[in-house]
Write a protein that binds this ligand. Structure first.
Ligand SMILES: [Zn+2]
Length: 99
């Protein structure tokens, strides 16, 4: 049997487990170059990119791919999360306490 623990507070989770799935991806097309910049330069640029990929084994577009996150939360953390998914409240409190 699988045991889950809350990704926020570390508490062991029973049946009341909540799953958070986040996906982050660019809303623009990373391959959508400005048409004015194309022409011959584009071919040159492309071959440089390909050379770089061959040299480093990495691609520039890697950071543009979508990223998925998955978290298991206990009921308490779930309630906090849905109220403030990006932690903005915590950030505001931090700013207030500085003043
Ligand atoms: Zn928790």
């Amino acid at each position: 049997m699988l045991h889950f623990s809350c990704d926020l507070c570390g508490q062991q989770l029973g049946e009341r487990r909540y799953v958070v799935k986040l996906e982050v991806y660019p809303a623009f097309d990373p391959e959508d170059f400005d048409e004015d910049d194309l022409d011959a330069d584009h071919l040159q640029e492309l071959s440089e990119v390909i050379q770089e990929i061959e040299a480093t084994g990495k691609t520039e577009l890697e950071d543009c791919s979508s990223k998925g996150f998955r978290f298991d939360l206990c009921p308490v953390c779930h309630r906090k999360f849905v109220k403030d998914p990006l932690g903005r409240d915590a950030l505001r409190r931090l700013n207030f306490s500085k003043n």
